[in-house]
Design a protein around this ligand. Structure first.
Ligand code: GLU
Length: 422
């Protein structure tokens, strides 16, 4: 049975996000009114996107932008292009962005966008038209002081350049701070493209050491070979971790002596997938997730570690490169088995940290060196790791509970200090 079989696992990210919030609100002693406020998005919009296809026909797509909370500053979060996008999924992802920004103390609330489209089935010109129409439809909601989109699954720096251009043309002047994750030659930040993966690897090293495992002697499996998984595999390999299995949506490959990641990257550039890589054996998605490794990095989508497979996970340390890869049910099983789960809102925060750096640089029109970005990123990731792990120890709770409590408390405090209007 395939772990990605929907009969086995139908991800319910909004239920998962609300379960996590409910637990944090309980531990923090807030009332039902506070829970209701934090469980619901502040603003959301659903838009129709008529697309003229290259063959002259038209098609109607649907997009969403959800601003979960902006008590601490402008809303911030990625834009996802996927055929599986739903409004509830976007709501969950927006809520997780609020906690991520609060936890890392970047001065933003949380947002997320999504368009229900399989980007691989469309030409570049069609994707540009979709992006421009979507941006135009949501443009009253976004802006450097309102809501700042960034790349996510299925979108990239080109998408952010089109969004920035559309918004700027509508406003009559160039507004670099309206999106982050832009090309470096167009107001992007050095280090942004690899920031999420750098952050994952900083935290993975600390987490392994906390379990007495020296990274240079550790083994790892990485699920996903996109914007996060690919560079996570590369940086783990550079750190001396033996990456023995990786996957993408088409399949998985493994080699017990360690995959040659540089050669695998060349293969993926040439063929578009890890499948068919000659220097490793093909395995299933389930084999990858249940590999006998020290470190597992789920870096694809939500809900892949669930009640049906959590008891078979053998990795000591799980570092969540994706948003929401572990369901609350799986969390309980992994906790009982003494696995260390480093939660998404901490583990993959490197992306939004460098997005914040990009926004600061764009607003000041002054650009930092790659070293400066890298040092500040490492410092923020490792301080957050220390803070969350100490808090978890003090409370005797898993890292996710500690991280969510720290974040929710910051957002609730901002909300209380601002008071209610009117
Ligand atoms: N999509 C990324 C995330 O989920 C980055 C968001 C951002 O940089 O705003 O964290």
């Amino acid at each position: 049975m395939d772990v990605l079989d929907p009969a086995v696992s139908t991800p319910q990210p909004l239920d998962d996000a609300r379960t996590q919030l409910r637990q944090a609100v309980g531990l923090l002693g807030y009332d039902e009114g506070m829970f209701a406020m934090l469980a619901s998005p502040r603003r959301e919009v659903t838009v129709s996107i008529p697309l003229r296809r290259d063959d002259g026909t038209t098609e109607l797509l649907t997009g969403h932008r959800v601003q979960h909370n902006f008590s601490r500053g402008p809303a911030k979060g990625g834009l996802r292009y996927s055929k599986d996008v739903t409004l509830d999924e976007v709501r969950a992802l927006a809520m997780w962005m609020t906690w991520k920004c609060a936890l890392l103390n970047v001065p933003y609330g949380g947002a997320k966008g999504g368009v229900r489209i399989d980007p691989r089935q469309y030409s570049t010109a069609e994707l540009e038209r979709v992006t421009r129409r979507y941006t135009s439809e949501i443009s009253p909601m976004i802006g450097p002081e309102r809501d700042i989109p960034a790349p996510d699954v299925g979108t990239d720096e080109q998408t952010m350049a089109w969004m920035m251009d559309t918004y700027s043309v509508q406003h009559g002047h160039t507004v670099l701070g309206v999106t982050t994750g832009k090309p470096v030659s167009l107001g992007g930040s050095l280090g942004r493209a690899t920031a999420t993966s750098r952050g994952v690897v900083h935290v993975a090293g600390a987490a392994l050491r906390s379990r007495g495992i020296e990274p240079a002697r550790a083994t790892a499996a990485v699920q996903g070979f996109g914007k996060v998984g690919r560079y996570a595999a590369r940086f783990l390999d550079e750190t001396g971790v033996r990456v023995i299995a990786v996957s993408d949506q088409y399949g998985a490959v493994a080699s017990s002596s360690g995959l040659d990641i540089a050669a695998l990257e060349r293969h993926v550039d040439a063929t578009g997938s890890v499948v068919g890589f000659g220097c490793g054996e093909e395995i299933t998605h389930d084999d990858l997730l249940t590999s006998e490794v020290d470190l597992l990095v789920p870096a694809a989508v939500e809900g892949v570690l669930h009640g049906g497979n959590a008891h078979r996970i053998r990795a000591q340390v799980i570092v969540e490169g994706a948003n929401g890869p572990t369901t609350p049910e799986a969390d309980l099983v992994l906790r009982a088995a003494d696995r260390l789960v480093v939660p998404d809102i901490l583990a993959n925060a490197g992306g939004v940290i460098v997005s914040y750096f990009e926004w600061v640089q764009a607003n000041q029109a002054y650009w930092w060196s790659a070293d400066e970005v890298e040092l500040r990123l490492a410092d923020r990731m490792l301080s957050a790791w220390e803070h969350v792990s100490r808090h978890a120890e003090r409370l005797g709770v898993p890292l996710r509970t500690a991280a969510t409590c720290l974040a929710v408390e910051r957002v609730a405090q901002a909300h209380q200090l601002r008071g209610l209007y009117p």
